[in-house]
Design a protein around this ligand. Structure first.
Ligand SMILES: Nc1ncnc2c1ncn2[C@@H]1O[C@H](COP(=O)(O)OP(=O)(O)O)[C@@H](O)[C@H]1O
Ligand SMILES: [Mg+2]
Length: 494
């Protein structure tokens, strides 16, 4: 109720009206009076009234007659009937017809006040109930609008959408999903996810998301094949209210993106780079050989300047050939063709040989290059690949260490694995850079190592080789203190 309660006092006795008008106004009520039922109805049609006090015996229109109209037209306004001793029966009758209360004349002030307060309370309660109902209807309406909007959005998306519950049943999906998965059958939600997803690794992912302790805001991205297409599936937990905790994992959401065209382009790029690398290699090797002939003086002696220029050219060609070889290695690793044979391989021997090869470069920089071997066990590997691992890790250790440092290579058998470590006392790698160093072409920009030439492909090749041999590689580093690369390769079990 807004502001003060407004009471309509209907009685044919003028003195009664005046007395109660005064009393009620004095208690903070707004009061309008009427001398009979007809006037009361006029007032009701024009102004807001919260409680009606209604006498029964009145000229022109009696209280009973007025009550009938009020019940129909103003059903929410509570009516308190005033009656004399002789007409209590009629008052009871009025109660049956919908009056809220009655009091018998003569009455005390408090009696009437109490009746008014109760009537006010009833009206407030009714209003509250109405409000709650209105709100509920509005909420339901908003909920339905939101649901329709979500459905429209999902149906308009260019990506496939699949939502499952905890039982791995699809409860929401869009037409794009079915097109991407090449499914023509019309399926009604809910249905088991395995009806449309045949990729085991994706099912595993969904199970993992639903398992205990999976982080709420983590995404899992993976590539899956569907017919001729390649799709990227990004899955995450969907949250919902649950019995004992407010939010918990209620199911999964997966978005499917068609990356077939992107994959084809990527393949074309790789093919192109390979082709160019191949085509460049032979002429470069030829130029290098011819330069060597010149440098060795086989075409007659060269002057000092000529020697300098030709050997500078030769160095550049070495750099280019390094890049080309790395590119071709990466391409082979990506095509799964890098590991050409798998034979029992003695890692100790390869370390010995590689260290001997690197020795001159280490000495040149005043770096102590040492190695130690313990409990060696053969691994099933392509020896050329293993050599490549040490080539890269040791040359990095030398390249990215200042003069006078130490580089230590160790290999030791640890149960089912050979542990290989290459440690240096070099410039180190900051924690932000660490996750990126195995990416193709990634090189850390560091003022102290700016002069080191490289392609950023070495560690990508190392990681590719380790992966292809079912091993693991990790790195620990402290800036300005040094770096340790640690590889585990499975040994041949008897
Ligand atoms: N032992 C190391 N100490 C410090 N930084 C290193 C070390 N090894 C590799 N890095 C950093 O990782 C980057 C990538 O290495 P790599 O893939 O071998 O490429 P490249 O040596 O051709 O630059 C290097 O550019 C260097 O910044
Ligand atoms: Mg390198």
């Amino acid at each position: 109720m807004l502001g003060k309660t407004k009471i309509l006092l209907v009685d044919d006795e003028k003195r009664f009206r005046e007395t109660w008008h005064r009393l009620l106004t004095g208690r903070g009520y707004g009061v309008i009076t009427a001398g009979n039922g007809q006037i009361a109805l006029d007032i009701l049609s024009k102004s807001r009234v919260d409680v009606i006090i209604l006498d029964l015996k009145m000229p022109v229109m009696s209280g009973e007659e007025a009550l009938e109209v009020i019940n129909i037209e103003y059903p929410t306004i509570p009516v308190i009937i005033i009656t004399g001793h002789g007409t209590v029966d009629s008052a009871v009758e009025c109660m049956k017809k919908g009056a809220y209360d009655f009091i018998v004349k003569p009455f005390e002030v408090d009696q009437l006040l109490l009746a008014i307060q109760r009537a006010e309370g009833k009206k407030k309660l009714e209003q509250k109930a109405k409000q709650t109902q209105d709100e509920l209807i509005r909420t339901l309406f908003n909920f339905n609008t939101e649901k329709k909007r979500l459905k429209t959005i999902i149906n308009c998306l260019a990506d496939g959408v699949m939502v499952t519950n905890r039982n791995l049943e699809v409860i929401l999906h869009n037409p794009v999903l079915m097109r991407l998965l090449e499914i023509s059958e019309k399926l009604e939600n809910p249905f088991p996810v395995t009806k449309i997803i045949t990729d085991d690794s994706l099912i595993e992912t969904l199970k993992k998301i639903l398992s205990e302790g999976f982080p709420e805001n983590e995404l899992i991205s993976q590539e899956i094949r569907a017919g001729k297409s390649v799709l990227r599936a990004i899955s995450a937990p969907s949250l919902g209210p649950s019995r004992n905790v407010f939010w918990s994992v209620a199911g999964t959401v997966t978005i499917f993106e068609d990356i077939t065209a992107f994959k084809q382009l990527d393949q074309m790029k790789t093919d192109f780079v390979n082709m160019v690398a191949h085509e460049l290699r032979s002429p470069l090797v030829a130029i290098k050989q011819q330069n060597n002939v010149l440098l060795e003086g086989l075409c007659g002696p060269l002057g000092e300047k000529q020697l300098e220029f030709v050997s500078r050219g030769s160095n550049k060609i070495d750099g280019l050939l390094g890049l080309i070889n790395d590119l071709l290695d990466v391409a082979k690793i990506e095509a799964g063709k890098y590991v050409q044979r798998r034979v029992p391989t003695d890692i100790g021997k390869i370390i010995e040989e590689t260290v001997a090869l690197m020795e001159p470069r280490a000495t040149e920089k005043g770096i102590a290059l040492t190695f130690s071997l313990k409990d060696l066990k053969p691994v099933q590997a392509d020896p050329k690949n293993i050599e490549e691992i040490f080539n890269n890790l040791i040359s990095n250790a030398i390249n990215y260490s200042p003069e006078g440092g130490n580089v230590t290579v160790t290999a030791q058998g640890l149960g089912e694995y050979m542990e290989i470590k290459v440690e240096d006392t070099g410039v180190g790698i900051s924690p932000e850079e660490l996750p990126k160093i195995f990416d193709k072409f990634y090189r850390v920009k560091h003022p102290k190592t700016r002069q080191v030439t490289g392609t950023g492909l070495g560690l990508a090749i190392v990681k590719g080789i380790v992966d292809a041999h079912q091993g693991t590689i990790g790195v620990e580093s402290v800036v300005d203190k040094g770096t340790t690369f640690r590889i585990l390769l499975p040994v041949i079990m008897e």
